[in-house]
Design a protein around this ligand. Structure first.
Ligand code: C5P
Length: 236
């Protein structure tokens, strides 16, 4: 992968396994990555992840782990046999948990990049204050992102608008994974702070997590193709 060409991860936010398989047939070989979140993982379990991997997809397992350091490390051990390429945990679990998880992943899951989630985009300034954080949201995002990379975590999930600051402030090797992507002609839905695929590429994203702009179109393959085209034709 060229460092300047982000990869697309299709968020499999679908009601059942049947729909997931239909969608994979529709999107075809041009799609390399899929995201399995809590909704599907808790419903379908590890066998879904294995099935996706056997069908040739790389899997982003979005479980957003958050617990005491020992429990997080044990949770990672439980996942270490699964064919996963990206896995999320909460940066606010703190330095010890991040450090233990980063070490464990390096030793036992060398093919996995751990991604830290900082401030959830559903949390605004008021929400942060309610849990005792008085700093601006952007500063808290950068604090948690830097803490994560300092402890050896390989990537950060961030909103498109956080991309420029994080790309500038974090080590160049840090993978930035961004939802909230909307092609120009797509419906924004409930996403508010959005960027087009081309803008996110220019801002330094490595992976774009995209759901409804592909899932909710009459021709998902065509939607995927036009996003890929936009990415290919966007100059840095
Ligand atoms: O359909 P859409 O493209 O909005 O889907 C984006 C995916 O990224 C969904 O799976 C959503 O849960 C996830 N996500 C997000 N915003 C975040 C974190 C995750 O939209 N801040």
């Amino acid at each position: 992968m060229s460092p300047s060409l982000p990869e697309i991860i299709l968020a499999l936010d679908l009601e059942d396994r049947g729909q997931i398989h239909q969608m994979l047939e529709k999107t075809g070989d041009r799609l390399s990555w899929v995201k399995v979140g809590l909704q599907s993982y808790l419903r379908d379990g590890p066998s879904l992840v294995r099935e996706l991997s056997e069908s040739g997809k790389k899997v982003f397992l979005d479980l957003k782990l958050h617990d005491i350091p020992n429990t997080m490390a044990k949770a990672l051990e439980s996942l270490s046999d699964l064919p996963v390429g990206l896995l999320t945990l909460h940066a606010s679990a703190g330095p010890e948990a991040l450090d233990r998880c980063a070490r464990l992943a390096k030793e036992s899951m060398p093919e996995v990049t751990l991604l830290a989630v900082t401030v959830l985009t559903s949390t605004n300034q008021e929400g942060l204050q309610a849990i005792g954080v008085n700093d601006p949201v952007d500063d808290q995002v950068l604090r948690l992102a830097s803490l994560s990379t300092d402890q050896g975590i390989g990537g950060i999930v961030c909103s498109p608008l956080e991309l420029p600051r994080l790309r500038h402030s974090l080590p160049a090797s840090t993978k930035l994974v961004t939802p909230g992507i909307r092609p120009l002609n797509a419906n924004a839905g409930d996403q508010k702070r959005i960027m087009t695929p081309g803008q996110a590429k220019r801002a330094g994203a490595n992976f774009l997590v995209i759901g409804r702009p592909i899932l909710a179109t009459p021709d998902p393959r065509d939607a995927l193709e036009s996003i890929l085209e936009e990415l290919n034709s966007t100059e840095i």
